[in-house]
Design a protein around this ligand. Structure first.
Ligand SMILES: NC(=O)c1ccc[n+]([C@@H]2O[C@H](COP(=O)([O-])OP(=O)(O)OC[C@H]3O[C@@H](n4cnc5c(N)ncnc54)[C@H](O)[C@@H]3O)[C@@H](O)[C@H]2O)c1
Length: 247
């Protein structure tokens, strides 16, 4: 059993889906959790669910692609919690289209929310984690950032960029005992994948060796492991949680 008692965590995009499950799972392991979402109501509701697990929860609202909002969000975080032991950069969006029809605003939106947000949040987390001489940063990437996916050039580029950011920060922070890793989910049953047609879901499932979509809990389990002391000698890695899709 992984024990995160005494640890404080911040999860972005925690109002629903994978982020909410990560927050709940960290709390079940004993951590106190701050839940940040662009949608304040969902952050509040998810924080109430975390409190019912028995952990301290803090609901924070910010657009994590905006530098000013991220700064304010971190200052609210540190009014509630003294340390930042685990940062999970999970907020992400899709704006899918083949490149010929892909609008520049959709390229920018996806790169900003999925990649720039991690740069902004890691920058804010760096000083307190370095001062504490320890910490865990976990970036939620995607298998699409490894293998590409027709119709998702913006999303795939953002997730490949997140993997590059993860490996680079792992090198920059290694001597300070800060582990930086990525989790790359495959196809997980959430609002993001509910948008797919039944035929698309069937086509995707047929490509997965385990022949099923994953659950938010499958991703959260990997995050709890990487957030714990059990991952002490692991940094700069990409852990795929995908039923064997990428191997
Ligand atoms: N669902 C999948 O199959 C799948 C697969 C691979 C990777 N992922 C990644 O996992 C993460 C979570 O995905 P999900 O399926 O739970 O998505 P989701 O759409 O269900 O939830 C995303 C959450 O992020 C929040 N958010 C969006 N933009 C934000 C912003 N600018 N600032 C703060 N919060 C913001 C949303 O309000 C929402 O609560 C994403 O990074 C996604 O790319 C998902």
């Amino acid at each position: 059993m992984i024990d995160l008692t005494g640890k404080n965590a911040l999860v972005t995009g925690a109002g629903r889906g994978i982020g909410k499950e990560i927050a709940l799972s960290l709390a079940r392991a004993g951590a106190h959790v701050a839940l940040c979402d662009i949608d304040p109501d969902s952050a509040q509701t998810a924080a109430a669910d975390v409190e019912s697990v028995g952990s301290k929860a803090l609901a924070l609202s910010a657009n994590v692609s905006d530098a000013g909002e991220v700064k304010e969000m971190f200052s609210s975080y540190f009014s509630g919690f003294e340390t930042l032991d685990i940062l999970v950069n999970n907020a992400g969006i899709t704006r899918d289209s083949l490149i010929m029809r892909l609008k520049e605003e959709h390229w920018d939106a996806v790169l900003n929310v999925n990649l720039k947000s991690a740069y902004l949040c890691c920058k804010e987390a760096a000083r307190p984690m370095m001062k504490a001489r320890g910490g865990k940063i976990i970036n939620i990437a995607s298998v699409v950032g490894i293998m590409g996916n027709a119709g998702q050039v913006n999303y795939a580029a953002s997730k490949a960029g997140l993997i590059g950011l993860t490996k680079t920060l792992a090198r920059e922070f290694a001597s300070r005992a800060i582990n930086v890793n990525a989790v790359a989910p495959g196809f997980i049953q959430t609002a993001m994948t509910d948008k797919l047609s039944d035929s698309d879901k069937e086509r995707l499932t047929n490509q997965i060796p385990m022949s099923l979509l994953g659950s938010p809990q499958d991703v959260a389990n990997a995050v709890v492991f990487l957030g714990s002391s059990l991952s002490g000698y692991i940094t700069g890695q990409v852990l795929t949680v995908d039923g064997g899709l990428v191997m």
